[in-house]
Design a binder for this molecule. Structure first.
Ligand SMILES: Cc1ncc(COP(=O)(O)O)c(C=O)c1O
Length: 498
């Protein structure tokens, strides 16, 4: 049997083509063996001459590695008696051999983990690449059409003169200039009148949902949730222990009467009135009044998620719910993820005055203000007129992309998938026959690099036919044909007859 010192030699593999110097590779591998217990404390190592010969290393390379390991206490040379693994590494064997137990998590940690795996079924959507040529991922804007040269010029202006304001901690509520630009924008675009003090910049709408859940919900509080609805917001509320009350969507939007029957004293209602996510319905005026009345007369709050109201292709947008609220019960959440790009991680919350202080208190505990450099660039982009121009261009582009995708889907998949143009947003719904399992279909397509989302994933109760969410913003009109043909081939490969 080999001695542990002899095992060192078999365990070491040096890669001579690697940019990592050989002495560093040797150092890292010996250290790993000691830490894992494979080379126990007190083990005598083979002589330097043997090691040099066996590993094909020069003496200087070996000594460089051993000097570093000695300086860090991993090795202990004994004069005239060779080099040993330090005594303090004794007893690591057992630890290395015992199977790893899952980490002990808090109840919040456990519940978020199980909610995510329950939802995503062990599948990682993170690897679903929007840039893949066959991807129809919804919720992504057109990255190929982002005005990068303008963005770069604006950002460089700040980078050329790095100031304390740009590099230091930012204002807790977010950069004042950005908040001022937003006050003006939401007044013009969404009919919202608010003061700059009511606006807080967050790192995306998702952070706002989490902070609001922490701020407003206790365990078992009822939350009216659109069904189908925005999954990530749902998980943020569930993570705080909220009890979800699924409310159906009809042609006027969220069914408020169902909410009044099922859980009149809910603490919060989550809604996407300008474009119901994912179905695309616009909430009617009457439904908005009903919802606001419910909140105003009781203890409920309304979270209005207005993530992509900019992209409306037919008619004018209705004013935001926030603009109709005379009770100060609506919290408006906006994001730059769709209108600019998601990795920017900038969103904003417009709060009723009474919630500003408490919201900022939680925000300060969780995080600081997002990158000032990005906030300043966004503020310039808005103040210098690029923002509205970009929205106008993207609206026209998305409309054209939607038209050609609908045409191709109807040409190639009629009878299998029913699609109708949407009046707003970045995706279509491809309705399927009742017998099709949409989750299994989306998964089967994803295995062939064709990415869509299953409507079923968004549903709390099943009352709708199955469907696929098919994003059109990332599909240039001239590529729609070949992408749909690839989708048709993949469907046939999965055994569907078209
Ligand atoms: C309905 C809805 N709201 C909000 C967001 C934006 O989230 P964030 O600002 O965290 O990127 C998304 C993202 O896909 C969404 O689908």
């Amino acid at each position: 049997m080999k001695s542990p010192g002899g095992m060192l030699l078999t365990g070491i593999e040096l890669d001579r083509s690697s940019p990592i110097p050989l002495y560093r590779q040797l150092y890292l591998q010996v250290r790993k063996q000691i830490l894992s217990g494979r080379l126990p404390g007190g083990t005598r190592l083979p002589s330097t001459r043997t090691l040099c010969k066996e590993l094909g290393l020069s003496r200087i390379t070996l000594l460089n590695a051993f000097d570093e390991l000695t300086a860090e206490g991993f090795l202990a040379p004994r004069t005239g008696a060779g080099t040993y693994v330090g005594r303090e590494w004794e007893g690591r064997n057992a630890a290395a051999d015992t199977p790893r137990k899952p980490p002990r998590l808090s109840s919040l940690g456990q519940s978020v983990l199980s909610l995510r795996s329950e939802h995503f079924g062990g599948m990682s959507y993170a690897s679903w690449a929007p840039e893949c040529p066959t991807s129809f991922l919804p919720s992504h804007p057109a990255y190929d059409a982002f005005p990068l040269p303008v963005w770069r010029r604006l950002m460089n202006r700040h980078l050329r003169q790095p100031t304390k304001a740009m590099l230091g901690y930012g204002e807790l509520k977010g950069l004042l200039r950005l908040r001022e630009a937003l006050v003006e924008y939401v007044f013009d675009a969404r009919g919202i009148e608010c003061s700059v003090d009511q606006v807080v910049i967050v790192s995306g709408a998702q952070q706002a949902f989490n902070i609001l859940a922490m701020l407003l919900l206790d365990g078992q509080d009822g939350v009216w949730m659109e069904d189908p609805g925005h999954i990530a917001a749902r998980i943020a509320f569930q993570a705080q222990g909220a009890r979800l009350v699924p409310l159906r969507i009809d042609d006027q939007g969220l069914d408020v009467q169902q909410g009044l029957r099922d859980c009149p004293d809910a603490r919060l209602a989550f809604t996407t009135p300008s474009r119901q996510h994912p179905l695309g319905t616009t909430m009617s005026y009457a439904r908005r009044q009903e919802l606001i009345e419910w909140a105003g007369r009781g203890h409920g709050w309304i979270v209005e998620d207005d993530c992509d109201s900019e992209f409306r292709y037919v008619g004018r947008s209705q004013p935001a719910l926030f603009a109709m609220d005379q009770w100060q019960k609506v919290i408006y959440v906006g994001t730059f993820s769709k209108v600019l790009y998601p990795s920017l991680r900038l969103g904003y919350v417009i709060l009723p005055e009474a919630l500003v202080e408490p919201f900022c208190a939680i925000r300060a505990v969780m995080d600081r203000s997002p990158s000032t450099l990005h906030q300043a660039t966004t503020a310039d982009f808005m103040a210098e007129g690029h923002f509205l121009g970009h929205i106008r261009r993207m609206r026209a582009l998305y409309q054209a992309r939607q038209e050609s995708l609908v045409e191709q889907l109807r040409r190639h998949l009629d009878g299998f998938l029913e699609v109708n143009p949407v009046v707003a947003g970045l995706h279509l719904i491809g309705w399927l026959d009742e017998t099709v399992d949409d989750a299994a279909l989306a998964l089967g397509l994803a295995r062939q690099q064709i990415y869509t989302y299953a409507l079923g994933d968004y549903c709390l109760k099943r009352y709708l036919p199955p469907g696929l969410l098919i994003g059109f913003a990332g599909t240039p009109a001239e590529q729609a044909g070949e992408k749909v043909e690839a989708l048709a081939r993949a469907l046939e490969g999965l055994g569907h007859h078209l």
